[in-house]
Design a binder for this molecule. Structure first.
Ligand SMILES: [Fe+2]
Ligand SMILES: [Fe+2]
Length: 258
């Protein structure tokens, strides 16, 4: 199983959530941890360092990708010419691949220096990822990790405007190669949608859009609790919410009997 964290926003992190994530990792047989961007609040070196230390301490392989908060906002020179220098100093590759016993995970960098929040994918990126998915073992669940959601209901104006350009083109190609899910963060609002139905991709299987809330930041969406997702080897997706009383992440109540 894999643990899907997001929007840790170091600099605004809650120590009790970090401790609860540590506990969860120690008590569950995780193959990998995924963090779908916004590792930091302001792309400061100290925030990247704290995030790296935290992830290293989990002693589980992890895959991370940048979010819009992980490029400098105020330092214009860096923002224009070296937007990912700090991120790469700590996390290296912008689009890593991680293969475990049951999963094939591919990171996609949808962050562009010219936009603050809007996601973007290039044709070259789409083709490169497509080749990777085509070569991945068919026995494994193929998962893309990207910061901005590929689908947001129209009523959510902020999410709708931030969804990556070219998302539908990308999905049509990737679904044909057996894509199981795309994992995101950004909106700090957990949700799951079937992109195959929504975009009529023509695949003979669901393609899930899995949104994570913020797993550790006090920057909550409408006071929704901190949360993360768990995906097991059969493809079952579960959401866990932080519980103030027990100071731990608990399975979302309406998922208990599923
Ligand atoms: Fe965020
Ligand atoms: Fe974001």
């Amino acid at each position: 199983m894999i643990l899907h964290l997001s929007d840790l926003h170091f600099g605004t992190e809650k120590p009790e959530c970090l401790e609860a994530i540590r506990q969860f990792c120690q008590t569950h047989p995780l193959e990998a941890v995924v963090v779908s961007g916004d590792l930091t609040q302001r792309a400061r070196l100290s925030q990247f360092l704290a995030c790296k230390r935290f992830l290293d301490q989990l002693e589980t392989p992890y895959l991370v990708i940048p979010g819009n908060h992980d490029i400098p906002l105020y330092h214009l020179w860096n923002r224009l010419f070296n937007p990912f220098t700090r991120y790469q100093l700590f996390f290296g590759e912008l689009e890593p691949t991680l293969e475990t016993d049951n999963f094939y995970l591919v990171g996609v960098n949808s962050i562009r220096r010219r936009y603050h929040t809007k996601g973007h994918l290039s044709l070259e990126q789409i083709q490169r990822i497509d080749r990777k998915l085509g070569q991945a073992p068919s026995s494994k669940l193929k998962i893309i990790v990207s910061h901005q959601p590929f689908y947001v209901p129209f009523q959510n104006k902020r999410g709708f405007k931030d969804s990556p350009l070219m998302a539908k083109i990308a999905l049509e190609a990737w679904a044909a190669h057996g894509l199981f899910a795309v994992l995101h963060g950004h909106l700090h609002q957990p949700a799951v949608y079937d992109l195959n139905l929504i975009f009529e991709l023509g695949a003979d299987h669901p393609v899930y859009d899995v949104h994570a809330g913020t797993s550790a930041s006090h920057r909550l969406h409408k006071k929704e609790p901190n949360s993360f997702n768990l995906i097991d080897a059969s493809g079952k997706i579960s959401q866990y919410l932080f519980d103030d009383v027990t100071q731990s992440f608990l399975l979302k109540p309406d998922m208990l009997n599923k």
